[in-house]
Design a protein around this ligand. Structure first.
Ligand code: FAD
Length: 393
């Protein structure tokens, strides 16, 4: 059993063999992965040591104190938070060995080709087709709202392989090479002016069967692992106190006494407490994760994250008065990551609108909490036994 003392010993060994000050960043990250100190709860040989997930904090603290580089987790959130756990759960040994190391070091960025123009909340109606031809699958269709597709090397993709069975049954999960011929990425501009996401057209893209994840027709089950992890990745990231959106508004409050009113104070205090409760609930959720896959509780965290971000950024705009209404950064940039705290109040206000849509809308998450956490009656679902090809779309 690997305990905290053993992890400290191994971390010291890594630092001695690869001093951060004189080691190339990528070389250090690769060595860290090979030493099993990347994600300690992953199996040996795949960046971990099969240790309890909670002990990751021990390694992270030692490495931070030594000034070691990290893998810039915000830049590779989809890979770390969604693709990796799905590959770990459903991948073959060969797939795990090929994809997890460059995913973790950030050498290969991942994106998620799930949503389509006609399939968002009701994702299982998706129409992108994958047809078997020899050892390959030939994929045709359109995906939309694909974050980071413009910088991604790989995508997790779900496509319809059998239109003759009900919608959930005929889906298969693939790993798609974004550099393959037939993959076309076009920017989609958002309310912030930036194009952080894209539409992706797939035309006769050939995916070898060796890049199928899970069984043919089992893609919906595989996708649940991705989606459950997505909610935790979006809503449940580890933050220090005042580490999220509540940080910048609290700072403004302290530094700008002339903006203060009694009413704003009461509202800020209420949101501060709620943000702190959400942060601590996230800690508890991560402790539950130690025991296995995330459950529907992740939906609750993501709901709270979206509501709080919107309320806090709205209050910040109000607090700043006229100055809060200014937003003059309409350059169409193609950012690699979403940075809530490093940008201005106008950006935070506009960008947080998407929080209640991305990773499942708040309405749909409320349904999940109602059905799977509270045990309330399910919504009527009339299309579950109808072949996908006979659905009205
Ligand atoms: C910033 C951002 C980044 C994104 N990144 C990605 C990505 O990288 N990859 C990807 O695949 N997708 C991505 N998405 C897409 C996102 O997952 C979808 O937008 C989302 O699932 C909603 O789907 P939709 O847009 O088709 O809306 P719809 O499903 O058409 O929903 C429209 C409205 O109807 C409501 N509604 C729908 N069904 C129900 C129901 N059963 N009960 C109550 N209300 C309901 C919804 O809540 C919503 O208000 C991203 C979205 C955003 C905003």
């Amino acid at each position: 059993m690997t305990d905290a003392a053993e992890l400290r010993r191994r971390t010291a060994e890594l630092l001695a063999a690869h001093p951060p000050a004189t080691t190339d960043r990528l070389d250090f990250l690769r060595a860290r992965f090979d030493a099993g100190l990347a994600w300690v709860h992953y199996p040996e040989g795949l960046g971990g040591l099969g240790a309890p997930r909670s002990l990751q904090a021990v390694v992270d603290a030692e490495l931070e104190a030594a000034g070691a580089p990290d893998n810039d987790p915000r830049r590779i959130g989809i890979g770390l938070g969604m693709a990796a756990p799905t590959i770990l759960h459903y991948g073959t040994e060969e797939q795990k060995r090929r994809y997890l190391r460059p995913l973790w070091t950030g050498e290969e960025v991942w994106c998620q080709l799930f949503s389509e123009p006609g399939a968002g909340s009701d994702l299982a109606v998706l129409g992108t087709r994958a047809v078997r031809e020899g050892d390959d699958w030939v994929v045709n269709g359109q995906k939309v709202w694909t974050s980071s597709a413009h910088v991604a090397r790989w995508a997790i993709l779900i496509a319809r392989t059998d239109p003759d069975v009900p919608k959930h049954a005929g889906i298969t999960y693939f790993l798609c090479d974004m550099a393959d011929p037939g993959v076309e990425v076009r920017p989609l501009r958002q309310i912030t002016g930036e194009a952080e996401f894209n539409e992706v057209f797939l035309t006769d893209v050939r995916i070898p069967d060796s890049r199928r994840l899970g069984e043919i027709g089992d893609g919906w089950r595989v996708a649940q692992t991705t989606l459950n992890n997505e909610r935790v990745a979006i809503g449940g990231m580890r933050l220090p106190r005042e580490g999220g959106m509540i940080g910048p508004i609290s700072k403004t409050w302290r530094e700008r006494p002339e903006l203060r009113t009694h009413d704003l104070h009461q509202r800020l205090l209420k949101l501060w407490v709620e943000a702190e409760v959400a942060r601590l609930t996230g800690e508890r959720l991560r402790q539950q994760l130690v025991a296995g896959q995330p459950g529907p509780e992740g939906a609750g965290m993501k709901l709270a994250f979206a509501r709080l971000n919107q309320e806090i950024s709205g209050l910040e705009v109000e607090l700043r008065g006229e100055e809060g209404l200014l937003y003059d950064d309409w350059t169409m940039r193609r950012p690699e990551l979403v940075d809530f705290t490093g940008r201005d109040a106008g950006y935070r206000y506009l960008r947080s609108k998407g929080n209640s849509i991305e990773g499942g809308t708040s309405e749909v998450l409320l349904n999940i909490v109602a059905e799977r956490v509270l045990g309330l009656p399910a919504e009527p679902r009339t299309d579950k036994d109808v072949a996908w090809k006979d659905l009205a779309r």
